[in-house]
Design a protein around this ligand. Structure first.
Ligand code: NAP
Length: 242
């Protein structure tokens, strides 16, 4: 049976899920936050921009008669996930979350854990050379630390001014192990700061492991208690049953 599905997107998984669901005949709308200038556009219908909080999202779900909402936003996008759970409960529409399992530290890894970006910043030693890979939203915090060197990598330039001493690398993952090792050596990186995005083991963590570098791993925010599926395939099957 054809379902009307709202995917809250902004991730590669959201795009793959949209393609899969459109491919089997569902009526799929993906919502993008609209914060990226040149986003990769998923198959199916696409809308852009905020809804105006949980109430606005509830109004949209009702007016568009969605059967199910899939929260396929990034693991660190906390507000939209909270809004989705609240709006779904209000409308009586199921909300399911697509969430990659976290990366786990293994043999040879030297991970330090931080509850959030502020704690990660506080954990950096004076004189550290940091590879900062936390996206662009929170990098501004780190400019308070004038005693450290920063190489910050993100997909799009930060919306705030950052210190002139920083090197900003604009690039979209994935990266090769060889390139990561070369970058870390060339920039004399002493510590990597990362979010635990999960999914395939990334070259940056493998490079840190091989070079014996510590990684400050920022914990995921707590998300609402809704059914969670780890893969696009499992989510596609679950959606068909809703
Ligand atoms: P957030 O803090 O959870 O959301 C802030 C506000 O942005 C929400 O309240 C909502 O506005 C709007 N919004 C977020 N995602 C939306 C979506 N898919 N469709 C429509 N409105 C959306 O989110 P964020 O951390 O700023 O992330 C924004 C987007 O970038 C998300 O879609 C996320 O998947 C993607 N992303 C985030 C990260 C990250 O590290 N945070 C990394 C990669 C991609 P209203 O309240 O007005 O509805």
């Amino acid at each position: 049976m054809t379902r009307r599905i709202l995917i809250l997107g902004g991730t590669g998984e959201a795009r793959r899920l949209a393609a899969q669901l459109v491919g089997v005949g569902h009526d799929v709308t993906t919502s993008l936050a609209g914060v990226t200038t040149d986003p990769l556009i998923p198959e199916g219908r696409v809308r852009k921009g905020g809804f105006g909080g949980a109430d606005g999202l509830a109004d949209y779900i009702k007016s568009e008669h969605f059967d199910v909402v899939v929260d396929a936003t990034h693991a660190y996008a906390a507000q939209i996930s909270a809004n989705a759970a609240q709006a779904g409960a209000h409308c009586g529409v199921p909300v399911l979350r697509l969430e990659r399992p976290e990366w786990q530290a293994g043999k040879g890894d030297r991970w330090l854990h931080a509850a959030d970006a502020a704690e990660a910043m506080a954990r950096l030693d004076e004189g550290a050379r940091v590879l900062l890979t936390i996206g662009r939203k929170e990098v501004g915090l780190f400019s308070a630390r004038t005693d450290i060197g920063i190489v910050a990598r993100m997909i799009e330039a930060p919306q705030i001014e950052v210190p002139e001493s920083w090197r900003i690398i604009l690039a979209r993952p994935p990266f090769s192990l060889n390139d990561e090792i070369t970058l870390m050596r060339k920039e004399k990186i002493s510590v990597v700061v990362s979010k635990n995005a999960g999914g395939a083991w990334p070259a940056k963590l493998e490079a840190a492991r091989q070079l014996g570098l510590p990684v400050i791993m920022i914990a995921r925010p707590v998300k609402p208690d809704v059914p969670v599926y780890a893969t696009v395939e499992d989510m596609a099957a679950a959606v068909a049953g809703e």
